[in-house]
Every structure is written in structure tokens, then in C-alpha cells.
Write a protein that binds this ligand. Structure first.
Ligand SMILES: Nc1ncnc2c1ncn2[C@@H]1O[C@H](COP(=O)(O)OP(=O)(O)OP(=O)(O)O)[C@@H](O)[C@H]1O
Length: 680
């Protein structure tokens, strides 16, 4: 949004609180974009050095100042700068591959595959209803003129035909709308299903690139926009095409010179549409992008509401959201004005047809070439033809908008699923839990030039408890990400029980792994479903309670009003409680490899003691021995680990048990000393 400051004297500088002064060259009017929007109070320094509070009003209007009307008038002429959709709108709308209307329609046709009969029934009814409707004016005029001339037989036959046409068009219209409506619903449902499944089966790096708000916008608003294609656009285009053709044939049989005059007007209307259509398509794409941008900001802000309130950034967030709304308004205003102009052209042309018909028709009647009945029919069919042309172009423009919105949706649908989900890997009889990293180096796909892990050579024996420690950002979680195969190493290989990780069936392997992440999130479902989440075997209530007891979560869950049936979401429980539920979830899977990523960081020292107990139990459970990898900042938690791996700058710099590493006096010893001093 641009705001204008009017009637400024010869000012030189504007000063804003907490901002750099802004020099101004135009002393009369200043247009500030939203980025430089002043917040009251601010002052102006005049050329003579005096400072003053401004006496001018801050306008928040899209209309120009009266003195700028001439310039504004020039800019709104065809091809003028006002119509440009690119001002301050730095969005790459060419990212999605453009697709043609035919391609979009073919893709949608494929999506409603099994239910095409509905569309055929709808088309059949459409044609019958349209033909019935287009026959009505002719029969209507015949009835009126037969009544006037006293031809009773013709009148009664015409009236019967009229009644029949009314019923046929009524019934078929109902059938047409119902079938198109259902086909529409099926299309949107399949579109959303297909899009959602395509998104869900992407690599994790895809989610590093794409914003959540953007993706939900594709699933919501864009799919809804596409829903208009079959239910409205195609259906109305066909209906109006049939009616328009019927009207034209009738006009040509009545009088071809009169029909020709109507055709010229239709041609002019279509030519205007040639300019208006693509403009609207581009505007629709920008609207789609900006809506997604606004969604993204709102989603981010609302999900981080605690941070926003604590840091008092509500106004800043509102400003961020408003920037997108301003951009949307910028486009929508132009779109609405263009639509108004388009409507104005139609109405003017439509009225001129009536005038032309009356002039030409009147002269033809006077010269005896045309009867009054023919002229009446002509005027009625002319109206049909022009209206059909207008609605046809209107629906075509709406179809173009929908096709514009479909580009990004189909681009996402066309993404191939990640290799992990495509290839059927090896399933071993049993996972022993022997893990090897051989010469593994890694950088994240989004930061190709920043090496995160370099030349990692580590071997974790089956049933061993290995702790990973190191300064923040040293790559501890990244090692776990690679082991879970969320990312592939840039070079080197990872082996599980001697098999390359790449060759194992990843779904099967992940079933054998229990993972508790740094910030465990709970789903908006009851506690027992949260604990059971992702467990493929049959689970009884006792199993859930057993797992919760092992994770020291049973007590607090039982104290909740509905116990295990309590509906939770991310905000209801403390960080420690959420982690204990996540640990219970991991334990319930009976994993061969258990990975705890800073699982104790959010727990109080009492719970930490319990978790150490869990780790201890895992180590000593002879029947159910498993490999445990723990990342912990509290070194006290991992003192008892079999081995401790110390990472620094993406390299393993030390390896050994607690005592060995203390004796070595390296980074681990330093970290331990610092922590001991802090806790003392
Ligand atoms: N998805 C990602 N895309 C790009 N870079 C990432 C991504 N995740 C982590 N990084 C970067 O990789 C480096 C290592 O991160 P990692 O989370 O593995 O460190 P860490 O040792 O676990 O840190 P902490 O102890 O703070 O959790 C950091 O510089 C981080 O910025």
C-alpha cells in the first residue's frame, strides 16, 4: 500500500523514530510505500533548519490527490503504468511451468476417471436443456402472434410445445446442475488426495524448501479454485456455446443482414476479451501467490504465538501480514477495475445491438422485407446471442483463472515420490543394531557449500550405548538424521548389520527404530493414541500403560481428568511431560535401535534420574537388548554410556568412555568441567 502525504511545504528531510532520516525531493506530495510508512510522531526538517510536526494528513486511500489527477488519468489509459501488476510485487510467478487449458482439462478428466458417467449424464442433460431453452423465444413469439391473428390451432399447439419445453428444460437443468455438482466434489476430493499424497511422500529436504503455509494454501484455496472448472466453467461454457450457436442459427434463418450486425458486435466483444483474459489470468496467479504468502505469515505467527506475545511483536506481525494484504489489494483493485471496464463494454455493446436491431429491423419492416413477428424473434435471439457471448467469455476468463491456479498444484502433484518410498529394499530377519559410518561426509541440500559432517568413521556395536556430545551446531542431530535416512550422505556409506542403509527397506527399518526428537510434538488426539502412534502391531491398553510406566509418564497421565483418554495438543503439557510421552511412544515400538536426541534436556533433574533409569533398564534387559544412541547436553545423563563420541565442527575428535575422556583432558573434559562448575 502506498500512502500519500499531501500539501507539504519545502521540506528536505523526514525523520522517523528509530529510522534513518528520509530526504524528499518532491515538496508537494510524497508517496511512501508500506516499507517506509511513518509511525506518528515524526518530524520534518525544513530547508531553513527548523523542525516541525507535520500538519498534513496521512492518506490511506488508493485514489490520487486532486493535483495528481492528470498524471493519474494518463497512467490509467490503456497500456498505462497503473495497470502494471508488477509494482512492489517481487514474486516469481514463473516458477511453475505454464500449462494450457487443454492440458489442465485432460488432467482433471483423468482424476474423475471412474465417475465419468456422471459427466456424460450432465452433458446430455445440458444439451437437452440448452436446446429446449433456445427454442422457447421462437415458440413464444409464434404463440403471441398466432393469438393476435386468431389462429387458434397454431396457438394451442405452440402453447403445448411451450409447456413441454418448460418441463424439459427445468428437469434437465436440475439434472445437469446436480451431476456437475457431484462431479465437481469428486474432482476436488481426488485433487486434494493426490496433492496431499504427493506432498507426504517427498524427501525431508522438500520440506526444508517449501513453507507450510504455502503448501496448505495449495491444498485449500487453490484446489477450491480448481473446483470451479467442471462445476461452473466448463459446464457454463458448453451451455452458452450451445445456446449461442442455437441463437445464431435462428438469427441467420430470420435475416442474414440483421444476423451479421449482431455477429460484428460479438466479434468486438471477443476482441476486448483477448486483452482482458490474459490480464485476468496473470492477476489470478498473483492473487494466488499473495494469498499463500499471507497464509504463511499467519500460520507462522499463530503457531509461535507465545514467542510473539513474550517479545511484544504483535504489531510487527500485523504489519507483516498487512504487507501481503496490501499486495493483494493492489492486484484486486486493478482486477476489479478491469472487470468493471469489461462489464461496461458488454452493456454498451448489448444495448447498441437493440438499437441497431430496431433501426435496421424497423426499416426492413417498412420496406416489407421483414414481418413484425420476425423482428420480435430477432430481438429475442439477439439478446440470447449477446448474453451467451458475454457469459462465454466471462466463463472463459474464470476458466483461465482456474488454470492459472492449477499450474502450481499440478507441478506439486507431478513431483516424483522420494526414492525411499519407490524402491523396495531388503528386509532382514532381525535387526541386531550394529551401525557403521564409513567415510561419511554431508552437506544439507539447501546449503551446498557448507560442509556439516566431514569424514565420519564410527562403528557402534550391537547393544552398545553410545553418547554423542559436542558444542551446539557441531552436527550431532545431523548424524541421527542420516541414520534415520532423512537425508543421504554426500559421500561415504552407512551400514546397519553390515547392509548398506540405502539397500534396506526404509519403512521396515524405521519400524525397528525408536526416536525421541529434540522437541517432541504431540498430535491433537488422546494420550493413548499419541503413545500408540506409528506402532504397526496390535496394542492393548496394558501395553500402553506399561510403556508409560517405563517412561515415568504413567503417574502424571493418571492424574489428568480423563487419564489416557485426555485430548492433548502441543500446548497442553509441559516440555518434560511431552518428552516422557514421546519416550513411551519409542519404548512401545520395542525398538532394536533407540535414538534419544537431547531427550533429557527438557526434564527436571528428578525425571532425568528416571530417564537414566530407563537407559539403564534398556542396557541390562538381556532378552530385549538394544543399541542406544543418546545425544545429551547434560553430561551427567551419559556418564554411564559404553562410549562417548565427541564431535566438533562436523568431525569426530574424541572417542572413549567417560573416565578415558576425562583423563585425556580434551574437549569432553573441558565441557564436563564447565558443567560441573555451573551445577556446583
Ligand atoms: N535442515 C537443515 N538445512 C540446512 N542446514 C541445517 C539443517 N539442519 C541443521 N543445519 C545446520 O547444520 C549444522 C549442524 O546442525 P545440528 O542440528 O546437526 O547440530 P547439533 O550439534 O545437533 O546442534 P544442537 O546441539 O544445537 O542441537 C548447523 O550449522 C545447522 O545450522
Amino acid at each position: 500500500m502506498a500512502i500519500s502525504l499531501s500539501n507539504l511545504p519545502s521540506l528536505t528531510t523526514l525523520r522517523f523514530p528509530n529510522r534513518k532520516p528520509l530526504s524528499v525531493h518532491n515538496p508537494k506530495t510524497l508517496i511512501l510505500t508500506s516499507k517506509t510508512k511513518p509511525q506518528s510522531p515524526f518530524s520534518i526538517t525544513f530547508q531553513n533548519g527548523k523542525r516541525k510536526r507535520p500538519r498534513f494528513k496521512i492518506r490511506n486511500s488508493v485514489l490520487p490527490e486532486p493535483e495528481n489527477w492528470v498524471r493519474f488519468g494518463q497512467s490509467v489509459l490503456p497500456g498505462g503504468s497503473w495497470w502494471s501488476l508488477s509494482e512492489d510485487n517481487h514474486v516469481d510467478i514463473t516458477a511453475a511451468k505454464p500449462i494450457t487449458v487443454m492440458v489442465a482439462l485432460r488432467r482433471m478428466w483423468e482424476l474423475i476417471a471412474g465417475d465419468r458417467w456422471l459427466v456424460f449424464v450432465a452433458f446430455g442433460s445440458l444439451v437437452i436443456a440448452a436446446l429446449s431453452e433456445i427454442s422457447i423465444p421462437s415458440v413464444l413469439a409464434a404463440s403471441i402472434f398466432s393469438a393476435q391473428s386468431g389462429e387458434t390451432m397454431v396457438f394451442s399447439r405452440s402453447s403445448e410445445l411451450l409447456v413441454m419445453l418448460c418441463f424439459t428444460s427445468g428437469i434437465c437443468s436440475g439434472l445437469r446442475s446436480g451431476c456437475f455438482g457431484i462431479a465437481n466434489m469428486i474432482l476436488v476430493k481426488r485433487l486434494r488426495e493426490t496433492l496431499y499424497s504427493s506432498i507426504l511422500f517427498q524427501d525431508i529436504s522438500f520440506f526444508d524448501r517449501e513453507a507450510v503455509g504455502d503448501l496448505t494454501s495449495r491444498l485449500g484455496a487453490d484446489c477450491q479454485q480448481l473446483s470451479h472448472v467442471i462445476g461452473n466453467n466448463v459446464h457454463l461454457i458448453l451451455r452458452n456455446a450451445v445456446q449461442g450457436t442455437g441463437a445464431l442459427i435462428n438469427l441467420l434463418t430470420l435475416s442474414w443482414p440483421l444476423a451479421l450486425s449482431a455477429l460484428v458486435i460479438c466479434f468486438v466483444l471477443s476482441t476486448i476479451f483477448l486483452f482482458y483474459g490474459p490480464y485476468q489470468k496473470r492477476a489470478a496467479k498473483l492473487t494466488q501467490e499473495f494469498t499463500a504468502g499471507a497464509n504463511e505469515v499467519a500460520q507462522e505467527t499463530l503457531s509461535l504465538m507465545r514467542t510473539v506475545q513474550v517479545y511484544g511483536t504483535e504489531r510487527k506481525e500485523l504489519g507483516r501480514y498487512k504487507q501481503w494484504l496490501d499486495r493483494l489489494a493492489f492486484i484486486n483493485i486493478r482486477e476489479s477495475v478491469a472487470y468493471g471496464l469489461w462489464n461496461m463494454s458488454f452493456n454498451t455493446l448489448y444495448r447498441s445491438t437493440q438499437v441497431i436491431a430496431l433501426l435496421l429491423g424497423g426499416m426492413s419492416i417498412m420496406s416489407g422485407h421483414v414481418s413484425p413477428e420476425q423482428l420480435t424473434k430477432y430481438i429475442l435471439y439477439c439478446e440470447w446471442l449477446i448474453y451467451a457471448t458475454w457469459r462465454l467469455t466471462d466463463n472463459l476468463s474464470s476458466l483461465l483463472q482456474s488454470v492459472g491456479a492449477s499450474e502450481k498444484v499440478f507441478q506439486l502433484i507431478d513431483l516424483l515420490p522420494s526414492d525411499q518410498f519407490l524402491s523396495k529394499g531388503v528386509k532382514l530377519q532381525r535387526v541386531m543394531g550394529h551401525i557403521q559410518f564409513v567415510n561419511v561426509s554431508f552437506h544439507y541440500p539447501s546449503r551446498l557449500t557448507v560442509p556439516i559432517l566431514e569424514d565420519i568413521n564410527v562403528s557402534v556395536r550391537a547393544n552398545e550405548v553410545v553418547a554423542i556430545v559436542g558444542p551446539s551446531g557441531s552436527g550431532k542431530s545431523t548424524i541421527v538424521n542420516l541414520l534415520l535416512r532423512l537425508y543421504e550422505p554426500s559421500s561415504g556409506q552407512i551400514f546397519v548389520d553390515g547392509f548398506p542403509l540405502r539397500e534396506l527397506d526404509i519403512g521396515w527399518l524405521r519400524e525397528k527404530v525408536g526416536f525421541v526428537g529434540q522437541e517432541p510434538h504431540l498430535f491433537h488426539m488422546d494420550i493413548k493414541s499419541n503413545i500408540r502412534y506409528g506402532c504397526s502391531r496390535h496394542i492393548e491398553q496394558e501395553d500402553i500403560e506399561w510403556a508409560a510406566k517405563q517412561a515415568y509418564a504413567h503417574e502424571f497421565i493418571s492424574s489428568l481428568p480423563d487419564g489416557y483418554d485426555t485430548l492433548v495438543d502441543d500446548n497442553l503439557l509441559s516440555g518434560g511431560q511431552k518428552q516422557r510421552i514421546a519416550i513411551a511412544r519409542a519404548i512401545l515400538r520395542d525398538p532394536a535401535i533407540l535414538i534419544l536426541d537431547e531427550a533429557t534436556s527438557a526434564l527436571d533433574s528428578e525425571s532425568e534420574h528416571y530417564v537414566k533409569g530407563v537407559l539403564h533398564a534398556f542396557r541390562n534387559d538381556i532378552k530385549g537388548k538394544r543399541t542406544v544412541i543418546v545425544i545429551a547436553h547434560r553430561l551427567s545423563t551419559i556418564k554411564a554410556a559404553d562410549r562417548i563420541m565427541v564431535l566438533d565442527g562436523g568431525r569426530v575428535i574424541e572417542m572413549g568412555d567417560h573416565t578415558e575422556l576425562l583423563l585425556k583432558g580434551g574437549l569432553y573434559a573441558q565441557l564436563f568441567k564447565v558443567q560441573a562448575a555451573v551445577l556446583a
